[in-house]
Ligand binder design. Sequence first.
Ligand SMILES: Cc1cc2nc3c(=O)[nH]c(=O)nc-3n(C[C@H](O)[C@H](O)[C@H](O)COP(=O)(O)OP(=O)(O)OC[C@H]3O[C@@H](n4cnc5c(N)ncnc54)[C@H](O)[C@@H]3O)c2cc1C
Length: 286
Amino acid sequence: MKINKVNLSKVTTYRFGGICENFITLEDPNEILNVPKNMDSSNTFVLGKGSNIAFSDNEYSGFVLKPNFDFINTVNDENLLEVGAGTYLPDLSRYLKNNKLGGGEFMLGIPGSIGGALTMNAGSYGYEISTNVIEIKCYDLDSREVLIIDKDEINYSYRKSHNLNNKLILSAILQFEKTDSQIIQDKMTKFNTKRKNSQPSGIYNAGSVFKNSDNYFAGELIDNAGLKGYSVDNVSVSTKHANFFIAKKGAKAVSLYKLVQYVKEKIRDKYSIDLEEEIKFIGDFN
Ligand SMILES: Cc1cc2nc3c(=O)[nH]c(=O)nc-3n(C[C@H](O)[C@H](O)[C@H](O)COP(=O)(O)OP(=O)(O)OC[C@H]3O[C@@H](n4cnc5c(N)ncnc54)[C@H](O)[C@@H]3O)c2cc1C
C-alpha cells in the first residue's frame, strides 16, 4: 500500500483535478486490511481508470483509493473467470478472444477498469457487463468486512448498480461463452469501426456525458437543439457526436460543469426532458 500526494489531473481521461494529499494505491487485495482507520465511505472515493469522472479543479480533501488488482484467473476450464478490479477492459476483451470466449467484444473500446464497469454497468452495442456477472467480491468501507455479493443483490439496470456505493470492488466472477475465434474477431472489427465512425478520438473526454433512455438518444436531442460545437471556455460539445463533450489541453473541470448545466437547461426548455448525467462530477463545483 502506498499513500502519496497526487495531482488528480494525472489519473483521469479528462485530465481534470486538483491535488489529493491522501491518494492510496493498493497492489494486492489483502492490503485493504491496512488502510487508515479513519477512512470510510463518507470521506473516500474509489477510483478506477478515471474514464467516467470529472474531478473538481480544487484540492480533494478526502481519500482517493485506487485498486491496481490486475489479474485474470480461470475458475473452471469452461467459461468462468475471476477478474481483479483494476483489470483494463480492453485487456480483458483481448484475453477472452485469445481463449475463445465470446461476450466481451464490446469492452475492447471502453478505456475503463472492470471495477468501474461493474459499478457503472458499462456497455455498448446492446451488451452490458451485468449480463456476465455471477458474483462480486467487495470490501465494505463502513463495516470493514470483505463480502461476496450475488448479482441479484446488485439489481442492475441501464448504467446503474445498487448496493455498491460504500464498497471497494476487489474482484468478480464473470461468465462468458465458448465461441469460435472468427466470430469474436468479426464482432470486434464491427464494433471498432462503428466507434471510429461515430466518436471523437484522441481528445480528452469521458465517453457519453448523458444517459440515453427508451424514448431518446441524448446526442440526438443535443444535436437537434443546435448545440454541436457550443463551448464554454476550452470545453465543447463534439461536432462529431453531440453526447461527447471534449476538453482542450489545460481546460478546467468547472467549464465542463457549466457546459453540462447549460445543455441541460436548453434541453429542458426545448423538449421538457431532464437529461441525467452518466459522467460523475466529484468534489466541489460551487
Ligand atoms: C473514449 C471513451 C469511450 C467510452 N465508451 C463507453 C461505452 O461505450 N460504454 C460505457 O458504458 N462507458 C463508456 N465510457 C465510460 C467509461 O469508460 C466506463 O464507464 C468505465 O466502465 C469506467 O471505468 P473506470 O475504471 O474508468 O471508472 P472510474 O471513471 O474511475 O469510476 C467510475 C465509477 O466507478 C467507481 N469505481 C471504479 N472502480 C471501482 C472499484 N474497484 N470499486 C468500487 N467502485 C469503483 C467509481 O467510484 C465511480 O463511481 C467511455 C469513456 C471514454 C473516455
